[in-house]
Ligand binder design. Structure first.
Ligand code: BG6
Length: 515
């Protein structure tokens, strides 16, 4: 028995948000096994879980894809890419063990015969490896393939576990492009798998520091009393990337930053910051509270979008001294593309806790630095004593660094050493790396283990996804309007976005935090 399962018997592990049951032996079937996600993220994550001794015994990974290939070829290819993309250096002994648990299954996604053969294959693996009839299906394919795959899985009974085992499905983003399409996808998934069997992945929720937001808030007594409109002046959430669109124009042209990042990742972070304490740490209790936040978001009227949301696209510029082309000059991008690569929003959560507190959210590609962080800006100290002169003292700011250099810092005022009375902001800083002395697992590692243990806390629920789309749709509609659509602005690659985005905050006396 592996270490995790062992410990679980006597003492359930308190990991992250919840007491997680031990991950169970199963077969992981990856649809889209020759794609980018599988080679960059999924197989390396499964390898790292094995290397860390956390993989349940017997787990088999079956890659399902259209190209002809033998198990051996699949293993060799995956070894090569895992060596390139793995978080930890690949160890030969671990790979030997892990590589032998990889299998390849060739079939078209819509070929019923391929699924009949899959049933035989999985039954055989159950017997050989003791995977207990448990199956985890990973849809790492474009959403237009979902229907064929799910229909066929159901037709051969693979939507149920075998002999008392379980069947679960992990669905990758993009989960729809608007509310109607998300509803339709939910309907399609529902035809084969129940909500309890469905795990909609949002890899930001698997990031160590995202999970730590709830620990910070609810495992400490000092923050929660201040975590409201009385003490918090405003909140900022930034996800900045130096990368451009890379080779993903096919997808990104139809998505843009709002759909790609805000609808999912950034709204999820906002929910973790703004939610009420859940009644317990169960998946539904946590998600019940998150969905209430999305429901409390102040929806814009289409005519208000220009005032609260800025969209922009990068033009040519330089990143770290290296010249980079404009978005419109990137491979497979329409030279007149209207797709936004940057978006900034001023949002409000209209509930008692957050009444009148602005939440400023921005995301962009080709910005000068990569980094994701949340900053909670507290109200100023009263204008008396040390704070009665101008310029007034800086506010206290609590920064949660999601990546890189995961950690939390608190800015406060301190007296400078010396005989005169000078005050300067200082930082109390916690770094994951130095405090715990080990690297955090990648989001996909955590999320795959959670799915193997049946813990859906860090996966998006159907209602959360649909509510988020309802909020996003008005903005997209305003942008798509034939008349009076808010303009698409431009910013040089390597800058912090269009100047107009500063005005979103300036009116209220705020400014974007420098990363
Ligand atoms: C993905 C988006 O979901 O998240 C990408 O599609 C983005 O456009 C990526 O680059 C960012 O994730 P991370 O983990 O690299 O910050």
């Amino acid at each position: 028995m592996n270490r995790l399962a062992d410990q679980h018997l006597s003492n359930p592990l308190r990991e992250g948000l919840a007491t997680r049951a031990a991950p169970q032996p199963c077969t992981v079937v990856i649809f889209g096994a020759t794609g980018d996600l599988t080679m960059r993220k999924l197989v390396p994550a499964l390898y790292n879980i094995t290397a860390d001794g956390e993989m349940p015994p017997g787990v088999a990974v079956v890659g399902f894809a259209r190209r002809e290939k033998t198990d051996e070829q699949f293993r060799t290819e995956q070894e090569e890419t895992t060596r390139k993309f793995s978080r930890q250096q690949v160890r030969d002994d671990v790979w030997k063990q892990f590589g032998n648990s990889l299998f390849y299954h060739q079939s078209e996604f819509h070929d019923p015969d391929g699924y009949k053969r899959l049933v035989d294959r999985l039954d055989k693996l159950d017997q050989e490896r003791g995977t207990g009839g448990n199956r985890l299906f990973y849809l790492a394919v474009a959403p237009d393939q979902f229907e064929a795959i799910l229909k066929n899985l159901k037709a051969v009974g693979l939507n149920k576990g075998k002999d008392g085992g379980w069947a679960r499905v992990i669905v990758e983003k993009p989960f729809g492009t608007d509310l109607p399409s998300a509803r339709e996808l939910n309907r399609v998934v529902r035809t084969a798998f129940s909500e309890e069997q469905t795990y909609r992945i949002d890899h930001f929720l698997g990031k160590e520091t995202a999970q730590n937001i709830l620990v910070l808030r609810f495992a400490n007594a000092i923050f929660e009393p201040l975590w409201n409109a009385r003490y918090v002046d405003h909140v900022q959430i930034t996800a900045a990337e130096t990368l451009g669109v890379e080779n993903r124009a096919g997808y990104y042209e139809g998505a843009g930053a709002l759909r790609d990042m805000v609808q999912n990742h950034l709204l999820q972070l906002l929910c973790l910051v703004a939610m009420e304490p859940p009644t317990d740490l169960g998946a539904d209790s946590v998600r019940d509270e998150k969905v209430k936040v999305v429901r409390s978001l102040r929806h814009f009227k289409e005519s208000e979008v220009a005032e609260h949301v800025m969209r922009a696209q990068y033009s040519a510029g330089a990143i770290n001294g290296k010249e980079v082309p404009a978005y419109r000059a990137e491979k497979n991008v329409n030279p007149e593309s209207q797709t936004e690569t940057y978006v900034a929003l001023r949002m409000h959560v209209d509930n008692w806790r957050w009444a009148q507190v602005p939440f400023y959210v921005r995301v962009g590609k080709r910005l000068p630095k990569s980094g994701t962080e949340i900053s909670v800006h507290f109200k100023k100290a009263p204008s008396v004593l040390f704070n009665k002169d101008t310029p007034v003292l800086d506010q206290n700011v609590l920064v949660i660094r999601i990546q890189p250099d995961e950690g939390i810092s608190l800015r406060m005022q301190a007296k400078m050493p010396g005989t005169s009375f000078r005050i300067q902001p200082v930082k109390m800083d916690f770094h994951y790396g130095t405090s715990f002395g080990k690297a955090s697992p990648e989001a996909y590692e955590r999320l795959l283990l959670d799915a193997m243990s049946g813990d859906a806390t860090l996966f998006a629920r159907r209602d959360e996804v649909e509510e988020a789309w309802a909020f996003i749709d008005t903005i997209e509609h305003a942008w798509a309007a034939k008349k009076n659509a808010p303009p698409l602005l431009f910013y040089p690659a390597g800058s912090w976005g269009p100047e107009e985005a500063d005005e979103l905050l300036a009116g209220e006396g705020h400014a974007w935090r420098r990363l």
